[in-house]
Write a protein that binds this ligand. Structure first.
Ligand code: VGL
Ligand code: ZN
Length: 202
C-alpha cells in the first residue's frame, strides 16, 4: 500500500529509448502498461525527461573521430559517448505516446547543459550540480521513492543511488525497467545499487 510519503519516479520513457529510437533499449515499450497502472497508485508522481541541446558533449558526433558507446575523460570523470538522442524539442525527446503523462505532478528535465551529462534525476554527472528534485520531494513530505523506467543500468541506477545517498528510502522495481547492458553495465549497476542501500525488487 502506498502512503502520502511515497513517490513514483518514472525515468526517461521517451521515444529515443524505445524500439525504433536513436538509443533504443530492448523492450523499452513493454513496461508502459505496468508504469501507467502504477501512476494511479502513488500520491506523488514525477516523470523525468532526458533533454539535450544539439551540441551536447555526451554525443559521439560532437567529438571528432569518436564512436558511439566509446568512453572519454571529461573534467568531471569518465563519460560514455552516445548516439545523438533526446534533442530538445525533437520527436525522439517526446514521451512515448502510450505514457500517461497527464497524471504527472512534475516533469523534470535533465541533461540540458552542453558541457555535462546528467544520468541522475538528482545530480548531474559531476555528482555536485543539483537538479532541484530533492528539494521538491522534501517540500512535499516524500521520504520513500519507487523507481521505474529507462534505462535500468544508467539513469534509473544513478538516480536511485543518489536518492539513497540523500537519505530517501529507495526501491527499484525491475519488472518495470529495461536495461542497455553495455559491457556488463547491468551487473555492475545492480551491485552498485545494492551497495548504496537500494532495494531491488523483481
Ligand atoms: C540515458 C544514456 C544517455 C538513460 C540517458 O536514460 O538511461 N542513458 N542518456
Ligand atoms: Zn542522454
Amino acid at each position: 500500500m502506498t502512503e502520502p510519503r511515497d513517490a513514483l519516479i518514472v525515468i526517461d520513457i521517451q521515444n529515443d529509448f524505445c524500439p525504433g529510437g536513436a538509443l533504443a533499449v530492448a523492450g523499452g515499450d513493454e513496461i508502459l502498461p505496468q508504469v501507467n497502472a502504477m501512476m494511479g497508485q502513488f500520491p506523488v508522481r514525477v516523470l523525468t525527461q532526458d533533454w539535450h541541446p544539439e551540441n551536447h558533449s555526451s554525443f559521439a558526433a560532437n567529438h571528432q573521430g569518436a564512436e558511439p558507446f566509446s568512453e572519454i575523460d571529461m573534467p568531471y570523470g569518465k563519460q560514455t559517448l552516445w548516439p545523438v538522442h533526446c534533442v530538445q524539442g525533437s520527436e525522439g525527446a517526446d514521451f512515448h505516446t502510450a505514457l500517461d503523462v497527464e497524471r504527472a505532478d512534475l516533469i523534470l528535465r535533465k541533461g540540458f547543459r552542453a558541457p555535462i551529462d546528467s544520468y541522475s534525476a538528482f545530480f548531474e554527472n559531476d555528482h555536485e550540480t543539483q537538479t532541484g528534485l530533492a528539494g521538491y520531494l522534501r517540500d512535499r513530505g516524500v521520504t520513500r521513492l519507487t523507481f521505474v523506467g529507462l534505462a535500468l543500468d544508467y539513469c534509473v541506477a544513478w538516480s536511485a543511488m543518489d536518492a539513497a545517498k540523500l537519505g530517501f528510502e529507495v526501491r527499484v522495481l525491475e519488472s518495470a525497467c529495461r536495461a542497455i547492458d553495455l559491457n556488463g553495465s547491468l551487473d555492475a549497476a545492480r551491485a552498485a545499487m545494492l551497495a548504496a542501500g537500494v532495494t531491488l525488487e523483481a
